[in-house]
Write a protein that binds this ligand. Structure first.
Ligand SMILES: Nc1nc2c(ncn2[C@@H]2O[C@H](COP(=O)(O)OP(=O)(O)OP(=O)(O)O)[C@@H](O)[C@H]2O)c(=O)[nH]1
Ligand SMILES: [Mg+2]
Length: 467
C-alpha cells in the first residue's frame, strides 16, 4: 500500500510540470508522411467535436479527458512550419485533392490540455502536453551507414548495387566519368556537371520505384542545392590497384577533391542532421507504403526492403559505438506503420502488417531493441475508400469503393490478397498486383478526416503522457 501511495505521489509531482513530447515522422518518398501528420493534427483538433466518435482506441479521448487542443507557435525558428492549413484546404476544396509533395524538414507544435487520471482524480488536476511533430525525409536516415564507410568502401558498395536496371540508368554518368583523368587538377565546373549526371541517375532510380538512394541529400538537397558538399559521386569503375595508385594523387586532383567532399558530407551534413534533429526526438514513427512497390517490380520491392532495413538500422545502432558517439539515443518508442491500408479490404490488414514486419526485419527475425518499445500496425491516415460488401452468386464478399485516380470513376473492387510473406521470384511471374490510387473523399471543413486506426496510433504514442 505504501509503495502504491508513494507511486501516486511521485506521479503527482511529475504532473505538476508541463510535459513536452518530440515526435518524429519519417518514411521514404511518397510513403504518406504529409497525409499522416495532417490527419494526426486534425484528429487531435477535432477530439471533442460531436462528429468525431472514431477515436475509441485512444483512452484519453474515449474517457473525455482531453479538454482542449490548439496549435501554438513552434520553438525552433530555423525549421519551416508544417503547412497544416494548406494541406487541409486541399482536402476540403471541391474536388478534394491530395496535399502536395514536400521537401526537407518541417515542424508543428500543439498544446494538449488534459485532465489526469488516477487516485487523485477528484482533485480535477489538469496538465498540458506540448507535442512537437517533425516531418523529415526517410532518405536522410539512409545516409547514416556512410559514417562507417570511407570513400573507397562506399564506392565499392555502390558498385555492388550496379546491376540490371541501375546499370542502364547509370550509363550517361559512367561514360562521362570515364572521360576524366582522376590524377589531373580538378575543374569545379566539370565536377558540378558530373555530380548533376549522378543526381539525375539517382532521380531516375527513384522514378523507377527504387528507394535505396545514397546520398539522400542529392535527391532532396534543399538549401544545399548547388553546394560543393553535394557535388561528388562514387567511383564505381576502379579496381583495387587503381585505388591504391590514386592515393598518391595531388591534393588538388579530381580524386582528392572527390574524397574531401565525401568526407565533408559525412562529417558535417550527415552528422549535423543526427546532432541537430535526431538526437532531440523522443518518439519516432516510420511510415512505409508496402503496396505501391508490389505494383512495380520485384526489383522495386527488394529495393524498398533494403531502404526500410537501412532505416531500421538507424535505431539498431543504439548499442553500437558509432551511434553512441554521435548522440545518446533518447527514443523510447518506435512505431512502424504500413500506410494506405484503405487500398485493401479489412481482412487483409493482418497480412499487410506481417509483410511490413518482414520487410523491415531481415528474414523475419523479430529483433527487440533495448529500451525502445517497438510496434507494427497498418493505417490509413486519410481514408479514401469505403469498405463494402458485394453479393455474387448468392454470397457476400468484402470489397472497397472509391474514386479511382486514373479515370476519376467510382469503382467497387476486390483488390486481391496481400502476401503475408516476402514474395519469391516465381510469385512475381505468376501473380501481378494492381493497387489503384484513389482520390480523397470530399471533406467538410468542420468534420474530422476519415481514417483507419489513427486512434491506435495516438494511443501508442501519447496515452502514457496523458495519464
Ligand atoms: N488511399 C490513400 N492514399 C494515401 C494515404 N496517404 C497518402 N496517400 C497517397 O500517397 C501520396 C503521397 O502521400 P504524402 O502524404 O504526400 O507522402 P509524403 O511521404 O509526404 O511524400 P513526399 O513529401 O513526396 O516525400 C498521396 O498523394 C496519396 O495519393 C491514405 O491514407 N490513403
Ligand atoms: Mg510530404
Amino acid at each position: 500500500m505504501f509503495d502504491y501511495i508513494q507511486k501516486e505521489l511521485d506521479n503527482l509531482i511529475d504532473r505538476g510540470f508541463d510535459r513536452t513530447l518530440r515526435l518524429a515522422v519519417t518514411g521514404l518518398s511518397r510513403s504518406g508522411k504529409t497525409a499522416f501528420i495532417t490527419s494526426l493534427v486534425n484528429q487531435l483538433l477535432h477530439i471533442n467535436t460531436l462528429d468525431n466518435p472514431r477515436l475509441s482506441l485512444f483512452d484519453a479521448a474515449r474517457e473525455k479527458r482531453i479538454l482542449a487542443v490548439k496549435p501554438i507557435e513552434q520553438r525552433t525558428m530555423h525549421i519551416p512550419r508544417f503547412e497544416y492549413e494548406k494541406n487541409l484546404k486541399c482536402l476540403t476544396d471541391t474536388p478534394a485533392r491530395w496535399p502536395d509533395s514536400t521537401r526537407g524538414v518541417s515542424e508543428t507544435r500543439l498544446a494538449i490540455r488534459y485532465q489526469q487520471r488516477g487516485l487523485w482524480r477528484h482533485l480535477k488536476e489538469t496538465g498540458t502536453l506540448y507535442l512537437d511533430i517533425f516531418d523529415y525525409p526517410g532518405e536522410w536516415l539512409l545516409d547514416l551507414p556512410l559514417l562507417e564507410l570511407d570513400f573507397q568502401q562506399w564506392s565499392e558498395q555502390q558498385r555492388e548495387l550496379m546491376q540490371g536496371q541501375r546499370l542502364e540508368l547509370a550509363q550517361k554518368w559512367q561514360e562521362n566519368v570515364a572521360k576524366i583523368d582522376l590524377f589531373a587538377k580538378a575543374d569545379a565546373a566539370v565536377l558540378a556537371q558530373l555530380a548533376k549526371d549522378y543526381t539525375e541517375y539517382l532521380l531516375a532510380c527513384k522514378a523507377q520505384g527504387l528507394h535505396f538512394i545514397q546520398p539522400g541529400r542529392f535527391v532532396l538537397a534543399g538549401e544545399l542545392e548547388g553546394a560543393p558538399a553535394v557535388q561528388f559521386f562514387p567511383l564505381v569503375h576502379l579496381n583495387k590497384a587503381q585505388w591504391q595508385a590514386l592515393k598518391k594523387a595531388d591534393n588538388d586532383s579530381y580524386f582528392a577533391v572527390l574524397t574531401d567532399r565525401y568526407d565533408y558530407y559525412c562529417q558535417h551534413i550527415v552528422k549535423g542532421f543526427y546532432r541537430d534533429y535526431f538526437s532531440t526526438f523522443d518518439r519516432q514513427v516510420i511510415l512505409a507504403d508496402c503496396l505501391t512497390p508490389l505494383n512495380h517490380s520485384q526489383r522495386a520491392f527488394l529495393d524498398m526492403q533494403e531502404g526500410l532495413q537501412a532505416l531500421f538500422k538507424s535505431f539498431h545502432y543504439g548499442k553500437r559505438t558509432l551511434f553512441n558517439r554521435l548522440f545518446s539515443p533518447k527514443i523510447d518508442k518506435l512505431m512502424f506503420l504500413a500506410t494506405k491500408a484503405d487500398h485493401i479490404t479489412r481482412e487483409q490488414h493482418h497480412n499487410l502488417i506481417s509483410l511490413l514486419r518482414q520487410l523491415v526485419q531481415e528474414g523475419g527475425r523479430y529483433v527487440a531493441y533495448e529500451g525502445i518499445k517497438t510496434t507494427y500496425d497498418a493505417i490509413a491516415a486519410i481514408r479514401a475508400t469505403q469498405q463494402v460488401k458485394v453479393k455474387q452468386n448468392g454470397k457476400f464478399y468484402a470489397a472497397i469503393q472509391g474514386i479511382r485516380q486514373k479515370d476519376q470513376q467510382k469503382i467497387t473492387l476486390y483488390p486481391g490478397e496481400v502476401p503475408s510473406r516476402l514474395p519469391n521470384a516465381q510469385f512475381w511471374q505468376t501473380q501481378g498486383f494492381e493497387f489503384d490510387q484513389f482520390e480523397p473523399q470530399p471533406l467538410e471543413p468542420s468534420s474530422a478526416i476519415p481514417h483507419l486506426r489513427m486512434d491506435a496510433v495516438l494511443q501508442f504514442l501519447l496515452a502514457d503522457k496523458l495519464d
